[in-house]
Write a protein that binds this ligand. Structure first.
Ligand SMILES: [Zn+2]
Length: 264
């Protein structure tokens, strides 16, 4: 099977028109007419990831965050992005990124987070106008319900466990039970007021600015779990799409942890 066919399957699931205007999702580099020898699935591309692809005989890397974001004016190896480009091209590795198109797609990044939390009756927190996706439902964030109400401290412990979070950043513990949960993976703080408007008891995201925590005490339980942690299971979405649509293509979820943030 050609790499192009894998690209088409991914774009079928998360069409590129769903991405935000500032984004650069899609094919990053490489020639897609080659046969795919294996696909390494990851959140970010760094040099360790390209090395892992080489080691595992994968000529395709599928990442969530784009490697190329600001554009390259020079390719000399001066920074890690340029070094990744050089190493990938030298080793005939193709890089594809499925970023905000996968955030905004039905069953995308946020649906995966909701699945991990066991939420039911899922819907988009802020649905997009339909024409953007050629009629397909899309939108930002997800809202759903826990099967049973939970006390705030139990809820936060459950979230930490499910996402392997060492330290969650929360506001004052909510003194009413939590059942309706809104979430947005990554830097999703812009959705906090949508969560409140939709009647969510709790809002989970990857990162949030200090000042945004103010004024929500006893209105909504904020739980910030880290950008990488919140989106880490996106690789399972890639795996499931490729296994279903591209039978016979070997998929490997990356062993390299690309989170640049350490909790010390
Ligand atoms: Zn992200």
């Amino acid at each position: 099977m050609k790499i192009r066919q894998v690209l088409e399957a991914l774009e079928q699931f998360a069409p590129l028109p769903l991405q935000e205007s500032w984004d650069n999702a899609g094919l990053q580099l490489g020639l897609t007419e080659a046969d795919v020898s294996g696909a390494l699935l990851c959140l970010d591309v760094n040099e360790q990831i390209v090395d892992e692809a080489i080691r595992k005989g994968c000529n395709l890397i599928v990442s969530h965050h784009p490697l190329l974001f600001r554009g390259l004016k020079q390719i000399s190896g001066a920074d890690y992005v340029q070094r990744c480009v050089i190493k990938a091209l030298k080793n005939d590795i193709v890089i594809i990124s499925m970023h905000t198109n996968m955030d905004n797609a039905k069953n995308g990044v946020n649906w995966k987070i909701a699945e991990r939390l066991g939420l039911q009756e899922l819907s988009f927190l802020a649905p997009s106008p339909l024409e953007r996706a050629g009629g397909e439902a899309s939108g930002s964030g997800v809202i759903g319900s826990l099967p049973e109400p939970m006390a705030a401290d139990d809820f936060i412990l459950m979230v930490k466990r499910q996402f392997g979070v060492e330290c969650a950043l929360c506001n004052e513990l909510l003194r009413r039970p939590i059942q309706k949960v809104a979430l947005c993976g990554g830097a999703g703080d812009f959705m906090l007021d949508d969560a409140l408007c939709q009647g969510a008891d709790a809002f989970i995201t990857g990162e949030m600015h200090y000042h945004q925590y103010f004024g929500y005490e006893q209105r909504i339980q904020i739980c910030v779990i880290g950008h990488y942690q919140s989106e880490q299971f996106t690789t399972e979405i890639f795996r499931d799409i490729i296994n279903k649509e591209c039978p016979g293509v070997r998929t490997e979820i990356a062993e390299t942890n690309t989170n640049p943030i350490l909790y010390i």
